[in-house]
Design a protein around this ligand. Structure first.
Ligand code: CP
Length: 369
């Protein structure tokens, strides 16, 4: 495997200083877009989307075009050779010969990481299963900074699908690096935040409470991050039908909310926010998509080394250097890329050797052996 370019797989691949620089650059782009209109001239972006998308794919493409570059790619697995059985690794070996940078979405967790290990150009994770979605987080952070004027001392309510919601996982990873953040986790029992993330928050001493009642949580929140119950993550239709309307934000439920609450949602929404709420000045979710484009523009420039601030080439911190193969042990997560791409070695990072706890290097699922 090789990796010679700086990629973005997890939001933790970016330092706080880098994120702050990206947000400042997004502000500069908003103030004077013309000044950036030729920055990526003669550069090409590939958007490889093995899973549906509106915002992420189109905002990446719009970003590259606004920077003076060009775009090629596909918007579904069926229109690529993945439909004939080609692996992610082979796809990336090929595409990285054609373009300068790749944005990839894939339904399998760890797919973007595998791609980055086979690419000679930067790979941006545009969503890998229920795992991570770091550029959505960049959009979220800029929205919060612009609306609240800060990224510290905030009470953030996260509501809906905290189990499969990759935007939730990336947002929590990011907010953990700022001071004075507290969380209210609002979900049905079946969609609680994964155990490994709850343990991590606990180990980091985060102020975190679980409150399944959205209205009870409302008065204390500075930010409410609503999420969709994701139909595409369910193999059991009945289970999806039972959970899909767990939370519906209406004007009525905002009665006891702070006057300066910011309501975010990564979108698409199905019916978890009433369209009536769109008229409330606290609704920020369409503004979030506007912020997303400027952050993606800043990120593309940065990873291509076309800004004054140059990225260092560094590995995504999955712990692969300390990973081991364990005889007969396979990742137990059916959504992990290693379960479908048979040539990938099964690799695990020791979390607690005494207790026999290991973490899959691709999807992060912890297993006890
Ligand atoms: N927020 C988000 O990822 O939207 P899309 O699925 O439309 O890209």
């Amino acid at each position: 495997m090789k990796k010679e370019a700086r990629s973005l797989i997890s939001i933790l691949d970016l330092s706080v200083e880098e994120i702050n620089w990206l947000m400042d650059t997004a502000d500069a782009i908003e103030a004077d877009p013309e000044a950036f209109s030729e920055v990526c001239r003669h550069k090409q972006l590939a958007t490889l989307f093995f899973e549906p998308s509106t915002r992420t794919r189109l905002s990446f493409e719009s970003s590259m075009l606004s920077l003076g570059g060009s775009v090629l790619g596909f918007s579904s697995a069926n229109s690529s050779s993945a439909a004939k059985g080609e692996s992610v690794a082979d796809t990336i070996e090929v595409v990285s010969n054609y373009v300068d940078i790749i944005a990839m979405r894939h339904p399998k967790e760890g797919a973007a990481y595998v791609a980055s290990r086979h690419s000679t150009v930067p790979v941006i994770n545009a969503g890998d299963g229920g795992h991570f979605h770091p550029t959505q987080t960049l959009a979220d952070l800029l929205t919060i900074r612009r609306k609240k004027g800060r990224l510290n001392d905030l009470c953030i309510g996260i509501c809906g699908d905290l189990k499969y919601g990759r935007t939730v996982h990336s947002l929590i990873e990011a907010m953990q690096r700022y001071e004075g953040i507290s969380y209210v986790l609002i979900s049905p029992e079946e969609l609680r935040l994964p155990e490994y993330m709850r343990q991590k928050l606990e180990a980091e001493g985060a102020s975190c409470e679980e409150e399944p009642d959205l209205e009870k949580a409302m008065p204390k929140l500075d930010v409410l991050y609503m999420t969709r119950i994701q139909k595409e993550r369910y193999s059991d239709e009945a289970e999806y039908q039972r959970l899909k309307d767990s939370y519906i934000l209406t004007e009525d439920k905002l009665r006891d909310a702070k006057p300066d609450l910011s309501i975010l949602h990564p979108l698409p929404r199905v019916n978890e926010i009433s369209v009536k709420v769109d008229e409330d000045e606290r609704a920020c979710y369409f503004y979030q998509t506007y912020c997303g484009k400027q952050m993606r523009m800043a990120l593309i420039m940065y990873l291509l080394g076309l800004s004054e601030h140059k990225p260092e080439v560094s590995k995504s911190d999955t712990g692969e250097d300390e990973a081991v193969s364990l005889s007969g042990l396979c990742c137990a997560n059916p959504a992990c890329i290693s379960t479908t791409e048979q040539e990938l070695p099964q690799r695990f990072v020791p979390v607690d050797k005494e207790k026999g706890i290991y973490r899959c290097v691709y999807c992060d699922m912890e297993m006890k052996i």
